[in-house]
Design a protein around this ligand. Sequence first.
Ligand code: HEC
Length: 462
Amino acid sequence: MLSTLLSLTLASPAPVDVDFLKDVYPILEANCIECHGPKKQKGDIRFDMREGLFEGDEDFIPIVPGKPDQSTVIELISLDADDPDLMPKKADKLSDADIATLRTWIEEGAAWEQPPVAEAKADPLALPELSEQQVAARDRALAACAKAGVRVNLIAENHHALEVNLSLSRGDGTDGQVTLLAGLEPMLVWANLAGTKLTDAGLSKLAGFGALRRLNLSGTAVTDAGLASLAKLGELRSLNLYGTRVTDAGLKHLASLPSLERLYLWGTDVTPEAAKVFQASHPAFKVNTGAELVVTEIASGAAINTECPITGKAVSAAFVVLVGDKKVGLCCAKCKAAFEADPGPHLVKLGLKDAGPVNDVCPVSGQPIAAGFTSKAGEDLVGFCCDKCKATFDAAPDKFLETLGLKKEAPELNALCPVSGKAVDAAVTSEYKGRSVAFCCGNCKKAFDADPDSFAEKLGDI
Ligand code: HEC
């Protein structure tokens, strides 16, 4: 009590007309909210909400308007610096000026206003703590994904937020891969399905993934109807529908998404008018300005390449494939189809994908390969299970090339032209009964092609 009186008399002159949000709340926010706020409510009291602050029994009412000396808050912040009950707990005593500000505020009637919700500053990846069951379900799902080669990654250290990127696996099984994610609902925040074979059926499996922040569906077969599955994704901030067959009707399903900030609609059948209406009806919609911007945001980015990765000819704007969020240009419809059928090698060429090891199984031990142990074999990368196997391979790579299927049969050519008997030009060849036959010149090749069988005898000994 003595110390309370002392601080009363020694306090610096109190500011007049104290404003809660401007003068008082910053003191509470800096010194008390950590233990009495959204994260923790020590002693069942929090200072970011009015509830409970002005109630209690005779010995304990945190704040009694007009009566600082009956307010427990003032009592506790005014204790001796070494008093174990001093608030803030485990921290330095508030300055005399801060204590005086709080006293004056209470003397003046303790007008309380709702401070801005702390969430505004919150970490965008912050997720609720996981229950034991959720952890177990997650671990089962991760094991199933790993087994199926579906890569799920932690987004950042110190977070349990996960991301999945299926955009570079172009197999038909996308819908099935999405099914494997069941169990990751509380912590899967990013999903990139761009360019995959995802259909509405697969998308429906994501309906319960309420933690999703970013979803990339560009270039997939999802339709207006499929977007209904997204209606409950309350955290969804970014949705990429670039290059899908979505129309104005599909936007209706997105109207209820409370957190949506970015929507990519270029290359869809959504009309600019409908995009504008959608944007206007969506106060949280922060895409720079105007529907045109939304609609053209991606369009303005040119293809990353100028030469077709297949033919080397100039690319055409009409033949573009979306890889992740990058546009790859091709020269014609045929190359586009070939690219889509097997993008892997072209992605490597375009620098969009690292050429990974050619093998899954260590050629030395027969165990699965592990990251970080590789050697070059010609153009190819070979993976190993451990450093020891890598060393064994490096000492005598030839021994293992056959196991790896990397031993390339050098095409054996005949040294002498079967028509003229002269030395051959290796560039002038014909196929004959499964082998290549070389000639000295184009004329001899012509003669051979006209009646190959008549040279068969000669070929026997070359
Ligand atoms: C490091 C954590 C921590 C901080 C920071 C903190 N408190 Fe507390 N506070 C507690 C704990 C724990 C209790 C529960 C009672 C106890 O253990 O003393 C508590 C209880 C209280 C109570 C209720 C006391 C009762 O009798 O139940 C008030 C009022 C209070 N704190 C005010 C404050 C004020 C004002 C600040 C900032 C100036 C603050 N606290 C900062 C941990 C903290």
